[in-house]
Write a protein that binds this ligand. Structure first.
Ligand code: ATP
Length: 345
Protein backbone atom coordinates (compact mmCIF):
# COMPACT_ATOMS: atom_id res chain seq x y z
CA UNK A 1 0.00 0.00 0.00
CA UNK A 2 1.37 3.36 -1.06
CA UNK A 3 1.11 6.21 1.48
CA UNK A 4 1.13 9.89 0.48
CA UNK A 5 1.51 12.59 3.06
CA UNK A 6 0.58 15.99 1.65
CA UNK A 7 1.45 19.26 3.39
CA UNK A 8 0.62 18.03 6.88
CA UNK A 9 0.49 20.48 9.75
CA UNK A 10 -0.23 19.40 13.31
CA UNK A 11 -0.78 21.85 16.13
CA UNK A 12 -1.20 21.15 19.83
CA UNK A 13 -2.67 24.23 21.53
CA UNK A 14 -1.30 26.38 18.69
CA UNK A 15 2.18 24.83 19.05
CA UNK A 16 3.08 23.39 15.64
CA UNK A 17 4.58 19.93 16.21
CA UNK A 18 4.68 19.40 12.41
CA UNK A 19 4.97 22.11 9.76
CA UNK A 20 4.08 21.41 6.18
CA UNK A 21 5.38 17.84 6.02
CA UNK A 22 5.12 15.99 2.70
CA UNK A 23 6.35 12.48 2.00
CA UNK A 24 5.59 9.73 -0.50
CA UNK A 25 6.09 6.19 0.76
CA UNK A 26 6.18 3.54 -1.95
CA UNK A 27 4.32 0.29 -1.56
CA UNK A 28 6.51 -2.29 0.19
CA UNK A 29 9.05 0.27 1.33
CA UNK A 30 10.75 0.16 4.74
CA UNK A 31 11.05 3.77 5.91
CA UNK A 32 12.73 5.12 9.06
CA UNK A 33 11.72 8.38 10.70
CA UNK A 34 14.92 9.56 12.38
CA UNK A 35 15.46 12.67 14.45
CA UNK A 36 16.23 14.05 17.88
CA UNK A 37 13.72 14.02 20.71
CA UNK A 38 10.78 16.32 20.01
CA UNK A 39 11.36 16.50 16.24
CA UNK A 40 7.86 15.18 15.49
CA UNK A 41 8.51 11.52 14.60
CA UNK A 42 5.87 10.01 16.86
CA UNK A 43 3.37 12.72 15.94
CA UNK A 44 3.78 11.85 12.24
CA UNK A 45 3.45 8.11 12.94
CA UNK A 46 0.29 8.68 15.01
CA UNK A 47 -1.24 10.71 12.18
CA UNK A 48 -0.52 7.90 9.71
CA UNK A 49 -2.04 5.41 12.16
CA UNK A 50 -5.20 7.48 12.68
CA UNK A 51 -4.53 7.78 16.44
CA UNK A 52 -4.59 11.54 15.87
CA UNK A 53 -5.74 13.88 13.10
CA UNK A 54 -3.91 16.62 11.18
CA UNK A 55 -4.69 20.32 11.66
CA UNK A 56 -4.17 20.75 7.90
CA UNK A 57 -3.09 18.57 4.99
CA UNK A 58 -4.01 15.07 3.86
CA UNK A 59 -2.89 11.49 4.14
CA UNK A 60 -3.67 9.16 1.24
CA UNK A 61 -3.62 5.37 1.44
CA UNK A 62 -3.33 4.52 -2.24
CA UNK A 63 -5.96 6.69 -3.97
CA UNK A 64 -8.10 7.01 -0.86
CA UNK A 65 -8.03 10.12 1.35
CA UNK A 66 -7.68 8.50 4.79
CA UNK A 67 -6.97 11.75 6.69
CA UNK A 68 -10.11 11.51 8.80
CA UNK A 69 -10.62 7.76 8.88
CA UNK A 70 -10.51 6.00 12.25
CA UNK A 71 -7.75 3.58 13.25
CA UNK A 72 -10.02 0.60 12.53
CA UNK A 73 -10.95 1.87 9.08
CA UNK A 74 -7.31 2.39 8.18
CA UNK A 75 -6.47 -1.19 9.06
CA UNK A 76 -2.92 -0.50 10.20
CA UNK A 77 -0.80 -2.66 12.48
CA UNK A 78 1.34 -0.99 15.12
CA UNK A 79 3.95 -1.94 17.64
CA UNK A 80 5.12 0.47 20.31
CA UNK A 81 8.06 0.24 22.64
CA UNK A 82 5.77 0.06 25.65
CA UNK A 83 2.76 -1.49 23.99
CA UNK A 84 2.59 -4.35 26.44
CA UNK A 85 1.14 -7.73 25.59
CA UNK A 86 -1.93 -8.86 27.52
CA UNK A 87 -0.38 -10.48 30.57
CA UNK A 88 -3.23 -12.87 31.31
CA UNK A 89 -3.27 -14.24 27.73
CA UNK A 90 -0.97 -16.81 26.21
CA UNK A 91 1.18 -16.02 23.20
CA UNK A 92 -1.40 -17.60 20.87
CA UNK A 93 -4.29 -15.70 22.49
CA UNK A 94 -2.36 -12.43 22.21
CA UNK A 95 -1.70 -12.97 18.52
CA UNK A 96 -5.30 -13.99 17.77
CA UNK A 97 -6.84 -11.16 19.81
CA UNK A 98 -7.35 -8.66 16.98
CA UNK A 99 -9.28 -11.24 14.95
CA UNK A 100 -11.30 -12.62 17.85
CA UNK A 101 -12.71 -9.20 18.79
CA UNK A 102 -13.89 -8.42 15.28
CA UNK A 103 -17.65 -8.01 14.80
CA UNK A 104 -19.16 -11.37 13.88
CA UNK A 105 -19.69 -10.40 10.24
CA UNK A 106 -15.96 -9.96 9.59
CA UNK A 107 -14.63 -12.43 12.18
CA UNK A 108 -12.97 -15.48 10.66
CA UNK A 109 -14.12 -18.89 11.98
CA UNK A 110 -12.23 -20.33 14.96
CA UNK A 111 -10.34 -22.87 12.88
CA UNK A 112 -9.19 -20.11 10.51
CA UNK A 113 -7.96 -17.95 13.44
CA UNK A 114 -6.05 -20.96 14.79
CA UNK A 115 -4.40 -21.55 11.44
CA UNK A 116 -3.47 -17.91 11.03
CA UNK A 117 -1.97 -17.75 14.55
CA UNK A 118 0.05 -20.86 13.84
CA UNK A 119 1.36 -19.39 10.53
CA UNK A 120 2.29 -16.16 12.29
CA UNK A 121 4.09 -18.05 15.06
CA UNK A 122 6.10 -19.74 12.34
CA UNK A 123 6.80 -16.46 10.67
CA UNK A 124 8.15 -14.82 13.84
CA UNK A 125 10.00 -18.05 14.66
CA UNK A 126 8.23 -18.72 17.95
CA UNK A 127 6.51 -22.02 17.18
CA UNK A 128 6.36 -24.14 20.30
CA UNK A 129 5.92 -21.16 22.60
CA UNK A 130 2.20 -20.60 21.88
CA UNK A 131 1.07 -21.60 25.36
CA UNK A 132 3.53 -19.47 27.27
CA UNK A 133 2.51 -16.26 29.01
CA UNK A 134 4.35 -12.98 28.28
CA UNK A 135 6.29 -13.10 31.56
CA UNK A 136 7.78 -16.42 30.43
CA UNK A 137 9.38 -14.80 27.37
CA UNK A 138 12.52 -12.73 26.80
CA UNK A 139 12.18 -9.07 25.78
CA UNK A 140 13.07 -9.87 22.17
CA UNK A 141 10.53 -12.70 22.03
CA UNK A 142 7.85 -10.38 23.44
CA UNK A 143 8.50 -7.83 20.70
CA UNK A 144 8.21 -10.56 18.09
CA UNK A 145 4.86 -11.59 19.58
CA UNK A 146 3.79 -7.92 19.44
CA UNK A 147 4.77 -7.86 15.78
CA UNK A 148 2.85 -11.08 15.07
CA UNK A 149 -0.18 -9.60 16.85
CA UNK A 150 0.05 -6.48 14.68
CA UNK A 151 0.30 -8.63 11.53
CA UNK A 152 -2.63 -10.86 12.47
CA UNK A 153 -5.24 -8.38 11.27
CA UNK A 154 -3.54 -8.34 7.84
CA UNK A 155 -2.80 -4.63 8.06
CA UNK A 156 -2.34 -2.50 5.00
CA UNK A 157 0.71 -0.93 6.57
CA UNK A 158 2.87 -1.61 9.60
CA UNK A 159 3.88 1.20 11.98
CA UNK A 160 6.60 0.67 14.58
CA UNK A 161 7.50 3.25 17.24
CA UNK A 162 10.94 2.55 18.71
CA UNK A 163 10.03 -1.15 18.70
CA UNK A 164 13.38 -2.24 20.08
CA UNK A 165 14.02 0.77 22.30
CA UNK A 166 13.80 -1.02 25.61
CA UNK A 167 16.06 -3.94 24.67
CA UNK A 168 19.78 -4.33 25.23
CA UNK A 169 22.19 -3.57 22.41
CA UNK A 170 22.85 -7.18 21.36
CA UNK A 171 19.19 -8.18 21.19
CA UNK A 172 18.41 -4.95 19.32
CA UNK A 173 20.96 -5.85 16.68
CA UNK A 174 19.57 -9.37 16.27
CA UNK A 175 15.99 -8.10 16.02
CA UNK A 176 17.05 -5.45 13.54
CA UNK A 177 18.39 -8.07 11.15
CA UNK A 178 15.38 -10.24 11.81
CA UNK A 179 12.95 -7.38 11.06
CA UNK A 180 14.69 -6.68 7.75
CA UNK A 181 14.31 -10.34 6.72
CA UNK A 182 10.74 -10.40 7.98
CA UNK A 183 9.94 -7.29 5.95
CA UNK A 184 11.55 -8.72 2.82
CA UNK A 185 9.46 -11.88 3.20
CA UNK A 186 6.11 -10.18 3.89
CA UNK A 187 6.60 -7.08 1.74
CA UNK A 188 4.51 -4.79 3.96
CA UNK A 189 4.87 -1.04 3.67
CA UNK A 190 6.54 -0.32 7.01
CA UNK A 191 7.29 2.96 8.78
CA UNK A 192 9.36 2.87 11.94
CA UNK A 193 10.44 5.59 14.33
CA UNK A 194 13.88 5.58 15.85
CA UNK A 195 16.36 8.02 17.30
CA UNK A 196 19.14 5.46 16.74
CA UNK A 197 20.86 6.40 13.49
CA UNK A 198 22.72 3.11 13.20
CA UNK A 199 19.38 1.32 13.31
CA UNK A 200 17.86 3.64 10.70
CA UNK A 201 20.82 3.52 8.31
CA UNK A 202 21.21 -0.24 8.52
CA UNK A 203 17.57 -1.19 8.27
CA UNK A 204 15.67 1.27 6.12
CA UNK A 205 15.32 1.59 2.35
CA UNK A 206 15.03 5.32 2.92
CA UNK A 207 15.62 7.46 5.97
CA UNK A 208 13.52 10.55 6.72
CA UNK A 209 15.63 12.92 8.83
CA UNK A 210 13.45 15.21 10.92
CA UNK A 211 14.18 18.28 13.02
CA UNK A 212 11.81 20.70 14.73
CA UNK A 213 8.68 19.42 13.06
CA UNK A 214 10.13 19.48 9.55
CA UNK A 215 11.69 16.99 7.17
CA UNK A 216 15.32 17.96 6.60
CA UNK A 217 16.15 15.25 4.07
CA UNK A 218 14.82 12.00 2.68
CA UNK A 219 17.17 9.50 1.12
CA UNK A 220 19.03 6.21 1.25
CA UNK A 221 21.66 5.64 3.93
CA UNK A 222 24.30 6.63 1.35
CA UNK A 223 22.41 9.82 0.46
CA UNK A 224 22.05 11.11 4.00
CA UNK A 225 25.57 10.08 5.05
CA UNK A 226 27.54 11.00 1.92
CA UNK A 227 25.40 13.84 0.58
CA UNK A 228 23.84 15.67 3.52
CA UNK A 229 21.85 18.63 2.26
CA UNK A 230 21.87 20.81 5.35
CA UNK A 231 24.18 21.62 8.26
CA UNK A 232 21.68 19.85 10.53
CA UNK A 233 21.87 16.56 8.59
CA UNK A 234 25.67 16.80 8.32
CA UNK A 235 25.98 17.22 12.10
CA UNK A 236 23.22 14.80 13.10
CA UNK A 237 24.25 11.83 10.93
CA UNK A 238 27.68 10.43 11.78
CA UNK A 239 30.58 12.49 13.11
CA UNK A 240 31.67 15.82 11.67
CA UNK A 241 33.48 19.07 12.40
CA UNK A 242 32.80 22.51 11.02
CA UNK A 243 34.70 25.76 10.69
CA UNK A 244 33.73 29.22 9.45
CA UNK A 245 35.39 29.90 6.08
CA UNK A 246 35.38 32.29 3.14
CA UNK A 247 35.91 31.47 -0.51
CA UNK A 248 37.91 34.07 -2.45
CA UNK A 249 39.02 33.63 -6.07
CA UNK A 250 38.22 29.96 -5.73
CA UNK A 251 40.45 29.36 -2.68
CA UNK A 252 38.91 28.35 0.64
CA UNK A 253 40.27 30.54 3.45
CA UNK A 254 40.12 29.93 7.19
CA UNK A 255 40.86 33.08 9.17
CA UNK A 256 42.10 34.70 5.98
CA UNK A 257 44.63 31.95 5.16
CA UNK A 258 44.27 29.44 2.30
CA UNK A 259 43.89 25.86 3.53
CA UNK A 260 44.72 24.03 0.31
CA UNK A 261 41.24 23.32 -1.00
CA UNK A 262 39.24 25.19 -3.60
CA UNK A 263 35.69 25.71 -4.68
CA UNK A 264 33.94 27.48 -7.58
CA UNK A 265 32.19 30.62 -6.50
CA UNK A 266 33.09 33.19 -3.86
CA UNK A 267 31.05 32.97 -0.68
CA UNK A 268 31.20 32.72 3.10
CA UNK A 269 29.85 29.90 5.19
CA UNK A 270 30.64 26.84 7.27
CA UNK A 271 33.00 24.15 6.03
CA UNK A 272 31.83 20.68 7.16
CA UNK A 273 33.91 17.50 6.94
CA UNK A 274 33.94 14.06 8.49
CA UNK A 275 36.84 12.72 10.60
CA UNK A 276 37.62 10.02 8.00
CA UNK A 277 37.74 12.51 5.13
CA UNK A 278 41.03 14.22 5.91
CA UNK A 279 44.66 13.62 5.09
CA UNK A 280 47.69 14.67 7.10
CA UNK A 281 50.05 16.88 5.11
CA UNK A 282 53.31 18.84 5.31
CA UNK A 283 52.09 21.47 2.82
CA UNK A 284 52.00 25.08 3.93
CA UNK A 285 48.41 25.55 2.81
CA UNK A 286 46.52 23.42 5.29
CA UNK A 287 44.56 23.52 8.51
CA UNK A 288 46.79 23.25 11.53
CA UNK A 289 46.39 23.06 15.26
CA UNK A 290 47.51 21.51 18.49
CA UNK A 291 46.72 17.89 19.29
CA UNK A 292 44.80 17.89 22.57
CA UNK A 293 43.81 14.22 22.73
CA UNK A 294 44.06 11.04 20.75
CA UNK A 295 42.17 7.81 21.10
CA UNK A 296 42.20 4.42 19.45
CA UNK A 297 39.12 3.51 17.42
CA UNK A 298 39.25 -0.04 16.01
CA UNK A 299 41.86 0.05 13.21
CA UNK A 300 42.49 3.80 13.31
CA UNK A 301 43.07 6.65 15.70
CA UNK A 302 41.02 9.79 16.31
CA UNK A 303 42.99 12.94 17.04
CA UNK A 304 41.34 15.94 18.63
CA UNK A 305 42.84 19.14 17.38
CA UNK A 306 42.38 22.72 18.54
CA UNK A 307 42.72 25.04 15.60
CA UNK A 308 44.21 28.36 16.63
CA UNK A 309 42.10 31.44 16.29
CA UNK A 310 44.48 34.38 16.59
CA UNK A 311 44.10 34.64 20.33
CA UNK A 312 40.37 33.80 20.40
CA UNK A 313 38.86 30.53 21.63
CA UNK A 314 40.15 27.74 19.38
CA UNK A 315 37.93 25.65 17.11
CA UNK A 316 37.86 22.03 18.15
CA UNK A 317 37.87 19.39 15.40
CA UNK A 318 38.26 15.61 15.29
CA UNK A 319 40.15 13.82 12.53
CA UNK A 320 40.92 10.20 11.82
CA UNK A 321 44.61 9.43 11.40
CA UNK A 322 46.51 6.24 10.57
CA UNK A 323 47.26 4.15 13.65
CA UNK A 324 50.98 4.86 13.54
CA UNK A 325 50.85 8.48 12.42
CA UNK A 326 53.27 10.66 14.36
CA UNK A 327 50.58 12.33 16.40
CA UNK A 328 51.82 13.37 19.83
CA UNK A 329 49.86 15.18 22.47
CA UNK A 330 50.73 18.87 22.38
CA UNK A 331 52.38 18.65 18.94
CA UNK A 332 51.19 20.48 15.84
CA UNK A 333 49.18 18.56 13.27
CA UNK A 334 48.50 19.74 9.70
CA UNK A 335 45.74 18.32 7.57
CA UNK A 336 43.40 18.97 4.68
CA UNK A 337 39.86 17.78 4.14
CA UNK A 338 39.62 15.44 1.13
CA UNK A 339 35.80 15.55 1.01
CA UNK A 340 33.84 18.46 2.39
CA UNK A 341 30.86 20.74 1.91
CA UNK A 342 30.48 24.44 2.48
CA UNK A 343 27.02 25.61 3.53
CA UNK A 344 26.82 29.30 2.72
CA UNK A 345 25.33 31.68 5.25
P1 ATP B 1 10.83 11.45 21.00
O1 ATP B 1 11.99 10.88 20.26
O2 ATP B 1 11.24 12.13 22.28
O3 ATP B 1 9.69 10.50 21.18
P2 ATP B 1 9.47 12.73 18.77
O4 ATP B 1 10.36 13.17 17.65
O5 ATP B 1 8.69 11.48 18.57
O6 ATP B 1 10.28 12.71 20.11
P3 ATP B 1 6.90 13.97 19.18
O7 ATP B 1 6.47 13.05 20.28
O8 ATP B 1 6.28 13.79 17.85
O9 ATP B 1 8.49 13.96 19.03
O10 ATP B 1 6.65 15.47 19.68
C1 ATP B 1 6.86 16.60 18.84
C2 ATP B 1 6.52 17.86 19.62
O11 ATP B 1 5.11 17.91 19.86
C3 ATP B 1 7.18 17.92 20.98
O12 ATP B 1 7.57 19.25 21.23
C4 ATP B 1 6.07 17.49 21.94
O13 ATP B 1 6.22 18.09 23.20
C5 ATP B 1 4.82 17.99 21.22
N1 ATP B 1 3.65 17.15 21.51
C6 ATP B 1 3.50 15.85 21.16
N2 ATP B 1 2.29 15.38 21.55
C7 ATP B 1 1.67 16.39 22.20
C8 ATP B 1 0.38 16.55 22.83
N3 ATP B 1 -0.49 15.55 22.87
N4 ATP B 1 0.09 17.76 23.37
C9 ATP B 1 0.97 18.79 23.29
N5 ATP B 1 2.18 18.71 22.70
C10 ATP B 1 2.53 17.54 22.16
Amino acid sequence: MEVKINNIRKEFDRFAALHDVSLNIASGELIALLGPSGSGKTTLLRLIAGLDFPTAGQIFFGEEDASHHSVQDRNVGFVFQHYALFRHMTVAQNIGFGLKVRPSASRPPKSEIKKRVSDLLDMVQLSGLENRYPNQLSGGQRQRVALARAMAIEPRILLLDEPFGALDAKVRKELRRWLREFHDRTGHTTVFVTHDQEEALELADRVVVMSQGKIEQVGSADDVYDRPQSPFVFSFIGESSHLPVEVKDGAVLFQGEPIGISQGSDSAGDLFFRPEDVVLTDEREALSGKVTASRRLAGTRIAEIDIANNGHAPFHVEVEVPLHAPIELGSEARFRPTRWKIFTK
